[in-house]
Ligand binder design. Structure first.
Ligand SMILES: Cc1cc2nc3c(=O)[nH]c(=O)nc-3n(C[C@H](O)[C@H](O)[C@H](O)COP(=O)(O)O)c2cc1C
Length: 190
């Protein structure tokens, strides 16, 4: 188990996974991390779909590939690359906003619900890193909620926000540049 801050600072998106398994005990830690996130009024406006079966993960990857090509959003090569990354994940966690848990239907409550899901996602990513797993966030459930709601027969008041692909890391990304100049303002906006 790595140091807490190292878990934050060394987190990177991992898009290549080895064939090694991810264990149920690790999945449990990731899910507990997700639900440990803060939420407004502690309403915990989330539910999660966890895909562990290889055949199901491949089926989703194929469906997304077909949709990419059909919609004209990606050519065959790009869609194939996306397919192979998604299909190689050992676990996929999909985060849903349960709109029935929101305090009211105001804009701010909706955004706070979405922010809670984002906090849950980051907890999963950091915990995955702490466990020595690789993971990355994908936006496709937000962009094409219909695919996820249809495929898994999920009621419409659940709004898919993200999916996180998880496996054992098969790559070590290069250091990334962090913009630090001019973005922190202490005591005054200067
Ligand atoms: C809201 C959000 C959506 C993202 N969507 C995708 C995505 O659809 N596909 C992908 O490969 N990475 C996605 N990412 C990961 C970013 O590309 C990645 O975090 C960024 O390039 C910085 O790299 P790092 O995570 O290694 O620090 C997303 C990240 C966030 C926060």
């Amino acid at each position: 188990m790595m140091d807490c801050l190292e878990g934050v600072f060394k987190r990177r998106s991992i898009r290549k996974f080895t064939e090694e398994p991810v264990y149920d005990k690790e999945i449990e830690i990731l899910l507990n991390s997700a639900i440990s996130a803060p939420s407004p009024h502690n309403e915990q406006p989330w539910e999660f779909l966890v895909l562990k079966e290889k055949a199901l993960i491949e089926k989703l990857a194929l469906k997304l590939k077909d949709e990419y090509i059909r919609s004209g959003k990606a050519n065959e090569k790009k869609a194939e690359k996306s397919y192979s990354i998604i299909a190689s994940a050992k676990v996929i966690i999909i985060g849903f906003l349960n709109t029935k848990k929101l305090k009211n239907d105001s804009y701010s409550e909706k955004i706070m619900g979405i922010q809670s899901l984002a906090a849950a996602a980051e907890n999963v990513l950091i915990s995955a890193n702490c466990l020595g797993l690789g993971a990355h966030w994908r936006a496709i459930p937000l962009v094409r909620p219909d695919i996820f709601l249809d495929m898994f027969k999920i009621p419409n008041h659940f709004e898919p926000q993200w999916m996180i692909l998880i496996g054992r890391p098969g790559e070590s990304p290069k250091n990334k540049f962090l913009q630090k100049e001019g973005i922190f303002h202490f005591n005054e906006w200067a």
